[in-house]
Write a protein that binds this ligand. Structure first.
Ligand code: IVH
Length: 667
């Protein structure tokens, strides 16, 4: 059962270039099988995956026999694994034998074997099953970094026939560009550069390969034939790398030679952090005994030489099920989808949420609810869904629908020309993150110094905050990651954030950015209710009784209190210690405002929607009524006013004012 599973995944990976599971999951299956076979050696059969060198060659290419088996490597996953390997080989070597190591990046690409005769490229082959590979000579010739003719300077003659092993890969920046191109051409995209490189190298049409910016890095000599006996292969791995370089092969410039295991481990560790700074993907480092004769004498175990070890980095990719999609409003009003995942372990943490970038991306990658998806996480970066595993579909998956209406303000969403992405056009949408945060930290609200537009944008872009409450869980380490932050600036900002927990209730209410709630209304609400919890339980009747709160504001508060996102945010703030209270005065509150005691009637079109003008009046203590009566203080007249309102105002001798005059009255 386990063997069948492994064989199946082997085939997906090696033959179809379309793996269903991540490399680390595959490694886990293999390790499990190795453990079982080690405990019960009688179970080992010649056809066990542990006894094989690789997968089947694809049938479309001409098959070629390798000059010697193209082996793989034993793997370790941490420093302890490296020391255990060293212990094992030390027992096989006479005590006191000096030992040096070459450490190379473990390039996550596709193995190629390049054969040269009299300095000319005569064959390129894939690894295939390790014994028989596929002839990809025409494709190899299109890869610019593969030399077609070897350099042969005096100190470095090449033998009559030499075969070199290397790894073909696609640089990360090129991968991103190419995937974008593939998308716009309506072609399939690849979940990672390795799959892209493999797919490109194994194109049946070499013209397609030529268009792909592939590169190669070489690290081994697998055949050396010199009939004249005039040349000798290099004696150490370090010299071998220099030799390959002299012949014109690309060789990694981050390979190093060390004389102690501690240095080897330190170098491996350093690249666990630095791997993202490289323009090619590495999934670990390879440690090789430098002395090639000594290495050869150590022999082979399983399908690799004892004298070398692949030390993997913690996994950054896993597959899991996409359970649901939740939406948020981004900085520009773009509605951004977030994945709700079946929890999965990745790089030491459990992941249950990930970003899905945008609806364009979902549509292009055809990600569906219920899909098995590839989730990636690089360093501290927020995990994201890289794509679906289409082959794992059962038919029960559901296409992800783009919402029509903003979940925060119920405004109809819009699409811009040529984009699938949707936006909430409401500038005041309470879901708009950057504005929401800028408003929250502003002078009249929580007054957090040092959080300008630029820093707010940085925090959002680094996905450190996705609502105002997240600000209270920012750490110094988070801030130091950002451009332009040093110790002092970070400390100062954290102090200012902490201090804001002591702000008054009216500032918090104002800061929450409830539609139409200005400073005056916030004071009235704080005075009447005394706490956020009491405000959440407000009734229409209570609200209407508060001076400075008219029907528009009341309606807005009720809608705000009704949203589940509001309650979640309030709970988060309270948990962070942001929960100011004051003595409630459950009596009509009289606020100070220029329109106190005044009633307005609005007719005709003004510069803003009627509702906003009404809220503006209410915020200044006034009331807005629908019909003209003796109680009306002013009729605000816009363009094309209602005839009945104008005639009634004239009859009752009520002053009619324009918008400018209204503004003047408010001063
Ligand atoms: S040495 C017998 N060196 O990683 C020699 N391999 O499991 C074995 N790889 O399949 C290979 N970078 O395709 C070696 N610097 C490097 C490598 C490297 C990537 C690949 C290779 C192999 C796998 C190890």
């Amino acid at each position: 059962m386990l063997r069948e599973q492994i064989n199946f995944h082997n085939y997906r990976y090696n033959v179809l270039d379309d793996p269903l599971i991540s490399d680390s999951e595959y490694d886990m299956l293999m390790n499990e099988l190795r453990e079982i076979e080690a405990a019960q050696p009688e179970l080992v059969t010649p056809d066990s995956p542990t006894q094989r060198v690789g997968g089947q060659p694809a049938s479309e290419f001409v098959k070629v026999r390798h000059p010697q088996p193209i082996l793989s490597l034993a793997a370790a996953f941490d420093a302890a694994g490296v020391r255990a390997w060293y212990e094992r080989i030390s027992r096989l070597i006479p005590a006191g034998t000096p030992m040096a190591f070459t450490v190379e990046p473990k390039i996550d690409g596709l193995t190629v074997v390049l054969t040269y005769e009299d300095g000319r490229l005569v064959q390129g082959a894939t690894r295939g099953d390790g014994v028989i590979g596929e002839d990809i000579t025409v494709n190899a010739r299109t890869v610019k970094s593969i030399p077609l003719v070897l350099r042969s300077d005096a100190p470095h003659p090449h033998p009559h026939r030499i075969a070199v092993r290397g790894e073909a890969y696609m640089p990360i920046d090129e991968f991103e560009k190419m995937n974008a191109l593939q998308l716009s051409a309506g072609e399939r995209t690849y979940a990672n550069p390795r799959n892209f490189a493999a797919g490109s190298m194994r194109q049946l049409d070499p013209r397609l390969t030529a268009k792909r910016p592939l590169r190669v890095l070489c690290y081994a000599i697998v055949e050396w034939t010199d009939t004249q006996g005039a040349t000798q292969p290099p004696a150490t791995q370090w010299e071998l790398l220099q030799y390959l370089k002299a012949l014109g092969f690309p060789v990694s410039d981050i390979s190093r030679r060390f004389e102690s295991l501690d240095e080897v481990i330190a170098y491996y560790d350093s690249y666990n952090d630095k791997r993202d700074s490289l323009n090619f993907e590495i999934d670990g480092m390879v440690i090789k005994i430098d002395d090639l004769l000594l290495s050869e004498q150590l022999g082979y175990v399983g399908n690799g030489p004892r004298g070398a070890l692949a030390v993997k980095f913690p996994a950054r990719e896993a597959t899991t099920i996409l359970r649901d999609v939740q939406v948020k409003v981004g900085r520009t009003g773009a509605i951004t989808p977030n994945a709700v995942l079946e929890p999965v372990q990745l790089g030491g943490i459990t992941i249950s949420k990930a970003t899905l970038h945008n609806f364009d991306d979902i549509a292009r990658k055809d990600i569906r609810i219920g899909d098995r998806v590839i989730v990636k996480r690089a360093g501290d970066v927020i995990p994201y869904v890289a794509g679906p595993v289409v082959a794992a579909r059962t038919g029960a998956e559901r296409v992800i629908q783009i919402p029509d209406i903003c979940p925060y303000c119920e405004t109809r969403l819009i699409r811009r020309e040529g984009e699938v992405a949707v936006y909430c056009p409401n500038i005041d949408c309470p879901g708009r993150l950057d504005r929401a945060i800028e408003h929250f930290v502003g002078r009249g609200a929580m007054d957090i110094d040092g959080l300008g537009t630029k820093i707010v944008a940085q925090l959002i872009d680094a996905e450190l905050i996705s609502d105002v409450a997240d600000m209270y869980s920012l750490t110094k380490e988070d801030l130091l990651e950002l451009d332009g932050f040093a110790e002092k600036k970070a400390d100062k900002l954290l102090d200012a954030i902490a201090a804001s927990k002591g702000q008054t209730l009216d500032r918090l209410i104002f800061g929450l950015g409830i539609q139409h709630i200005g400073g005056v209304a916030a004071q009235a609400l704080a005075g009447y209710y005394g706490s956020i919890d009491a405000l959440l339980a407000a009734t229409a009747e209570q609200l209407q009784s508060i001076d400075g709160v008219g029907p528009v504001i009341a309606e807005s508060i009720l809608a705000w209190a009704d949203r589940s996102s509001t309650r979640e945010l309030v709970r988060k703030l309270q948990a962070a210690g942001v929960n100011p209270t004051q003595e409630p005065r459950r009596a009509p509150v009289v606020t100070e405002g220029p329109f106190n005691g005044k009633t307005f009637v609005i007719t005709g079109a003004l510069s803003l929607p009627r509702e906003e003008i009404a809220a503006w009046i209410e915020q200044r203590g006034g009331k807005v009524s629908e019909s003209v009566s003796k109680k009306t203080s002013y009729v605000v007249v816009g363009e094309a006013p209602g005839a009945s309102k104008v005639s009634k105002a004239t009859a009752l001798n009520i002053p009619m004012i324009g918008e400018d005059e209204l503004k003047r009255l408010a001063r």
